[in-house]
Design a binder for this molecule. Sequence first.
Ligand code: FAD
Ligand code: DHB
Length: 389
Amino acid sequence: MRTQVAIIGAGPAGLLLSHLLHLQGISSVVLETRSRADIEATIRAGVLEQGTMDVLTAAGVGERMRKEGALHHGFELAFGGKRHRIDLHGLTGKSITVYPQHEVLKDLVAARLAAQGTILFEVSDVALHDVSTNKSFVTFRHAGEAQRIDADFIAGCDGYHGVSRPAMPDQATRQDYQKIYPFGWFGILVESAPSSEELIYAQHERGFALVSTRSPTVQRLYFQCDPADKVDNWSDDRIWAELHGRLENHDGWKLKEGKIFQKGIIGMRSFVSTPMQAGRLFLAGDAAHIVPPTGAKGLNLAVSDVKVLTAGLVEFYRNGGEALLQTYSETALKRIWRAECFSWTMTRLLHTFADATPFEREMQRAELENIVSSPALATALAENYVGAF
Ligand code: FAD
Ligand code: DHB
């Protein structure tokens, strides 16, 4: 098989890249280890920045998002017994949309298949070869057969645990940056109407909690937990007691309960691997960087990487120019570092650190008070949240 761009991974980064390239007349093949049903059912991100919505709309895959997604003009910060609204739209002129990542994936898969795009699901043994030359290729197994794709470029969009980042040449000279947090998030999906029209990010001495939604009949709730804890240690009653305890000291607001139909624990890390390119191999999305979910940036960063990479590939195929491709990593990393900074700031502000001194706890509280008392600080937070840069 031969294609212009071999794409490893059918997450938001890989599928969107494939579709944006197609719209510019550039061919690609997407390789994915999981099944279509599996990727379309995995519960992950929910928050789309305006810029992400604009990219999806321009790519012709925004119709269901606009119809079924919920536009949010603000969110609430809850601490010290009170809720404080951050007026995203009032402060920045922009809003965010809550629309689940797996719905974005369904829209992208449907668009790729409708355009006769090639996505090979359930592949195995994916290996990248000769990425430093312009004769790079990928080998893998699909439907029981060993296969090979020759490509001008390889896009590593295979997430944090993928094979592309380890296949980058010159491993010894690469620079990785990492911070692992001493807590995780316990996430649940609940059959009930939303408890709140807007997201609530709550700081509490028992730990952080987040109230989000998925639809008019499904709530998405998270709370800070030990990353090594087990889902089985948490009965429904214990989960509700913890959420009520962390969320309901705020102005008489009440959390709605319902049937919990999904539970999971995620660890939290900040991670950046540089550079994001070597020879003909380019990394995009979680393959190159991870943010803790508190800032809701992961999916949005995958989209912004892909936008930058598409511009570089389009320039190359239009006139042979490589200027944009050569600066891909540098351009993408500018935004990535700012999102890393914001995600770390939100995480630090809102979580309970077991080893924090009484002084550090007061500093955390004072920082939150500063934000909700100062339009300048609230605007800076809102700009970062909506991705107004
Ligand atoms: P992925 O989505 O990880 O896709 C990579 C794909 O590659 C996967 O389908 C994988 O199966 C495939 N793959 C792996 N290895 C191989 C291989 N060897 N060969 C072929 N294919 C391979 N982000 C936000 O912006 N907003 C949020 O609100 C938010 N909330 C989150 C909540 C949770 C609970 C979690 C876990 C994440 C959240 N994120 C959020 C982060 C967001 O989900 C990720 O940043 C996003 O999925 C990154 O997309 P990606 O395409 O880079 O990688
Ligand atoms: C959701 C996830 C996040 O990480 C976040 O900051 C806000 C909302 C969600 O899954 O709805």
